[in-house]
Design a protein around this ligand. Structure first.
Ligand SMILES: Nc1ncnc2c1ncn2[C@@H]1O[C@H](COP(=O)(O)OP(=O)(O)OP(=O)(O)O)[C@@H](O)[C@H]1O
Ligand SMILES: [Mg+2]
Length: 255
């Protein structure tokens, strides 16, 4: 069973060395938990340290914003795009503006302003083939569920995940947590689920990572602290967070 390095310091050892090759892994968490950073770090790490090109699919923010925010961590996405180690697809299914072509000088390979999930998926497949990508990061799939009734949203998300499983890539995708009780369709369908918690303890915040599931892997089940540092996310696998007391302060429920 092939393993894919997470590029997050301290995380590989919690999941027996990395993600299972070709799996679809979900990263969930509330606002500002670090989901986008987690996924960009995966792509940049793959491109720079492991010779594994990656495709970034932007569904919510704009690519320009993600490129700019990545600078904070010293990640030069534009350079990696120029080197064909990363491709960016701007696939906002609810953006109605039709872009005629990629703006001059923009590192975007494609602007897929389609609302059609099938078309978006074809674009992903084409870009994966173009640079022989081994990694895909989709941020986020939450928008696929908006403006549709729940049963249709479930259908769209499940079809999307099934399609991703056919790619010869290990895919990370993000989604927001809305409710503490109910598990979402993407949590059931993904091969792995990693949850980024942000707890409030007294006056300060504690960030904790939890491997909710990782099919076929004997993974760690305790909560470990992580933080966002100058060079990205760092997990502390030897430290634990006592979630019994702190889950009361989980930002999801305490809003
Ligand atoms: N250099 C840095 N050092 C420490 N923390 C940082 C740094 N840069 C960003 N952060 C933290 O990272 C958080 C944002 O991370 P990120 O955008 O990855 O979260 P997200 O889960 O994708 O958020 P959203 O739900 O808005 O998409 C900020 O709220 C900030 O607290
Ligand atoms: Mg984000």
């Amino acid at each position: 069973m092939g393993k894919v390095k997470t590029a997050i310091q301290g995380l590989d050892e919690l999941i027996e060395g990395g993600y299972v090759e070709n799996d679809v892994i979900l990263i969930t968490g509330g606002p500002g938990a670090g989901k986008t950073t987690f996924g960009i770090q995966y792509l940049v790490g793959g491109a720079t340290a492991y010779n594994e090109p990656g495709v970034l699919v932007v569904m919510e923010e704009t690519p320009a914003r993600m490129i700019r925010d990545s600078w904070r961590f010293g990640w030069d996405i534009e350079k990696l795009v120029a080197q064909k180690k990363i491709k960016i697809i701007y696939a906002n299914p609810f953006k109605y503006t039709k872009f005629a072509k990629t703006p001059e000088g923009s590192p975007l390979s494609v602007i897929a302003s389609s609302k059609n999930i099938g078309e978006i998926f074809q674009q992903i497949q084409a870009e994966v083939n173009a640079i022989k990508a081994k990694r895909v990061f989709i941020d986020s799939i939450t928008s696929l569920k908006l403006s549709t009734e729940p049963s249709e949203a479930r259908y769209i998300v499940s079809e999307f995940i099934k399609n991703l499983e056919y790619l010869d890539c290990t895919t990370l995708m993000t989604s927001e947590i809305y409710s503490r009780e109910a598990f979402s369709v993407e949590e059931y369908l993904s091969s792995g689920v990693i949850r980024l918690h942000v707890f409030r303890v007294g006056g300060s915040r504690v960030r904790a990572i939890e491997i909710l599931k990782m099919r076929g892997v004997k993974h760690d089940e305790t909560l470990h602290p992580y933080d966002i540092q100058e060079k990205g996310i760092v997990v502390h696998p030897t430290e634990t967070v006592m979630n019994d007391e702190m889950s009361l302060f989980d930002t999801v429920g305490a809003k």
